[in-house]
Write a protein that binds this ligand. Sequence first.
Ligand code: PLP
Length: 399
Amino acid sequence: MKKNYTFQPSTCRENTNAEKYILRKQLFGREDVLPVWVADMDIDTPDFVLEAVKKRLEHPVFGYEEVPKSAFLAQIEWMKKEHGVVYELEDMFYSHSVVASMNAVIEAFTKEGEGVIVQTPVYSPFFHSVKEHKRKLIKNPLKQLVDGKYVFDIEDLKAKIDEKTKLLLLCSPHNPVGRVWLKEELEQILELCLEHNIVVFSDEIHSDLVYAPNFHMPFASLSQKARDITITAMGVGKTFNMAGFAMSTVAISNKELREKFMEVYKKVHFANGTVFGHVGFEAAYTHGKEWLEDLKLHLIQNFHMLQILCEKYPHAVNVTPIEATYLAWLDCRGMQLSNKKLKEFFVNEAKLGLNNGISFGREGSGFMRLNFAISHAKMLQVIKQLENALQNRYGRKND
Ligand SMILES: Cc1ncc(COP(=O)(O)O)c(C=O)c1O
């Protein structure tokens, strides 16, 4: 019988090592903010993952372990069923972090001074990684339409590619703008990458958190030619709230690309992860479907609560339409505050700890990112605090 998951408030994370909580003073200057920033969930990791870990604990030896084939196979099966993309075992690599995989790809496929494209605003390691490797950062900002939705700027991309452009870092679905890229949009990117021999690193860590009727199209599934130029990063970190397991994968179908990647991969010794990561990862991809369906319903209800609030203050805060992720991209430009003052409004007036939009690149100026992967009760608290703060500034608005 189908179990119904209700996502009650997570077990308290205060006084654990949870980044979201312990960094409050450092990031927001005070401890009493409700933290809705870093992209993990204040929702318990699923019971079937915990069961798998407990079972592993029954064996008292925790020596070196390979990633079990069955774990990779569980993910391969999941990707086939959920996203229609087929990988072989030999295509799969373990990685402790998608960001680490991205850095390895930059190292493997580009040289100092060569160009790497990123589409801003975007999760900041995209541009930090490029700069840290002393590659040339090519910013191809997304365009925002009147309804707030973002699209690729293909003309800008065409104009910026030159013979030294070697890599494109694609965020699909996109954090923070919440887009699920359509086949036709991805094909435009593909066409340019094929024409200019550009390798694509497709970060698909948010691909299971897509809201119907949208569906995720893996970049590698566009065509055989797409497969041949793509390195895909995937993992359980976001979907099943398992960032603390440090368990993700890289999938590369093309042998040449695989060998090139492997040179760096071996050199920096990615190794095999943890025994708990292995069993948790396998359990998530084996038993996760129903839990995930319930989770997405839960998340979208939280998002609707936020939408209803923002509709009362359209001149101050607009929430960008969302197709994927549990990260709301709030357009606060109507408040006409500097980024510093905007943060202060959220921290000191609403007592909420969000990510500053500007940290996703200049294009995020005037925006804030709010993580709504919390219980309904906590979401109501977030809404109440934000509504009070908005009321104090702009007056009471009727329901
Ligand atoms: C697009 C994207 N990629 C990667 C990550 C981080 O992945 P990892 O913890 O596996 O490095 C995040 C986390 O928020 C993300 O949003």
